[in-house]
Design a protein around this ligand. Structure first.
Ligand SMILES: [Zn+2]
Length: 480
């Protein structure tokens, strides 16, 4: 009898659990900073998304701060401990040396088993949110973990100072609805799994009308590597592509969008027990983002990937790679759906990065020079090359926006220059950890009469989006 009573009590207390969210920093303390956004801003965005997803699942939610105010660590634990909260989730973004990216979640080393369980449930969801490197579940003697009286965790979703290949803070600024939204959802889902509550769903099922669908039977669908065509019931309009992953295959859906704007993006796949649970997805629109999706659970329905801005036409796309898939599991590439929501969500007046990166790799053996430019999603307008007397010796044309672009090569042919992937044109798996989705590659092949020497590369970006153009120059040594 006593045992039964205890079990009932535990079951009741778990289902009645509520949570206080602690967006880190605030006020005079910005936390970690990137060129475009600060940690105190990002974690507040994330917390609001988490709150709304948690409340939609019936959870009562508090916040240590809901505005940009200064709070000491003691203020935070006092608010939490005096409020009768069952769980404490402190939300942070990381920073190190601008070159490290990944996700980690902490609890206190002497925390309760519920602390460890909550931590272990939240971390995989945070990994899902962005597809970044799994830095692991960890313990640390952080003040807010040590001094809270309830099970507590602290999440470090991403490194907001990361700029080595893309500006992570720019993603928080311009993709806040999805970049912060997916992270907020991750906290909510992890918490619900921990608490035994049915988690909310990410996004809503789409209406069928007013949508643009690219199916794997359409010419707008392209693949790399060896795929098979499947015919089990449940594919979108019949068949679907599937592969056993090797880390080299990719699939791409490139819609011809009638107008620029914000679109809700959904993907359809056929579920099954042998499906890959970490399929790497990238969205190439006005800005870019990446994520993992699991194809294991429910299938044969539209799965929401988020709201993203796209240019009109065919400059944007959704791609899927099998980079992280485990051999022996199946990856499905079937259909992607775009629903137009309204005008571009990009804040035209938003502060932008002050600089983008140009790397040059002269290749004397091939008589060319490879230029790698991370335009941070702004869109390269032109790349001009000048000699030391300021004479323009080459112009490498323009591109229309971020994502998949083609470059006008000096000889007039359109090349596959600006891509986020290796130049082999095969791999779609330039990873979230690897090359940035906003990195473009251009090949400069100087005319034969140009001598070896110092040249100036001048790249212009952003003007073709109606923004004040950003110009960057870099010195290059060209060796014949
Ligand atoms: Zn922090």
């Amino acid at each position: 009898m006593r045992a039964i009573f205890v079990i009932l009590l535990v079951a009741f207390s778990i289902s009645a659990v509520n949570v206080i969210l602690d967006p880190g920093h605030g006020g005079t303390d910005p936390g970690a900073t990137g060129p475009s956004y600060t940690e105190k801003q990002a974690v507040l965005d994330v917390a609001f998304f988490a709150k709304s997803y948690l409340e939609s699942a019936g959870v009562t939610v508090g916040m240590t701060r809901s505005t940009d105010i200064t709070l000491s660590l003691a203020d935070r634990t006092t608010i939490a401990n005096s409020g009768g909260w069952d769980r404490f989730m402190s939300i942070h973004e990381n920073a190190f040396n601008t070159a490290v990216q990944g996700t980690e979640t902490f609890c206190h080393p002497s925390g309760s088993s519920n602390s460890f369980d909550l931590r272990n449930k939240v971390q995989p969801e945070l990994i899902w949110a962005h597809g970044y490197n799994d830095r692991g579940t960890k313990t640390a003697d952080f003040y807010v973990l040590r001094n809270t009286t309830m099970p507590a965790i602290l999440g470090e979703g991403t490194f907001i100072d990361y700029t080595a290949e893309w500006d992570e803070s720019w993603r928080y600024l311009t993709n806040w609805n999805d970049h912060s939204g997916r992270q907020g959802f991750a906290y909510a889902k992890g918490f619900c799994i921990h608490a035994g509550i049915t988690p909310p769903t990410y996004g809503e099922p789409p209406p069928v009308s007013d949508s643009i669908i690219v199916d794997d039977a359409d010419p707008e669908f392209t693949i790399g590597g060896a795929w098979s065509i499947g015919s089990y019931a449940g594919g979108w309009e019949g068949g679907y592509h599937w592969c056993s992953p090797t880390g080299e295959k990719w699939a791409r859906w490139t819609p011809n969008l009638p107008e620029a704007g914000e679109y809700s993006v959904y993907m359809w796949w056929l579920a099954g027990a042998n499906r890959c649970d970490s399929v790497f997805i990238r969205i190439f629109g006005v800005n870019n983002d990446s994520m993992f999706v699991s194809q294991k659970g429910t299938g044969s329905e539209w799965h929401y990937l988020g709201n993203y801005d796209f240019h009109a036409g065919t400059s944007g796309y959704v791609s899927l790679g099998d980079r992280t898939a485990v051999n022996g599991t199946a990856v499905i590439a079937d259909a992607v759906l775009w629903i137009h929501n309204g005008p571009l969500d990009v804040a035209e007046n938003a502060p932008r990065p002050q600089a983008f990166n140009i790397s040059a790799y002269p290749n004397p053996f091939n008589g060319n020079c490879r230029l790698q430019i991370d335009d941070l999603g702004l869109g390269i307008e032109a790349i001009e090359i000048y000699d030391v007397s300021a004479r323009r010796v080459a112009c490498l044309g323009s591109s229309t926006g971020s994502g998949h672009r083609s470059a006008q090569q000096p000889d007039g042919t359109v090349g596959e220059g600006p891509r986020a992937f290796p130049l082999d044109g095969i791999s779609e798996n330039g990873s979230a950890q690897g090359r940035s989705p906003t990195t473009c590659e251009f090949l400069w092949t100087p005319n034969d009469d140009l001598p070896s020497g110092v040249y100036l590369v001048r790249a212009t970006a952003g003007g073709n989006k109606g923004l004040q153009p950003l110009v960057q120059t870099k010195r290059v040594v060209y060796l014949k």
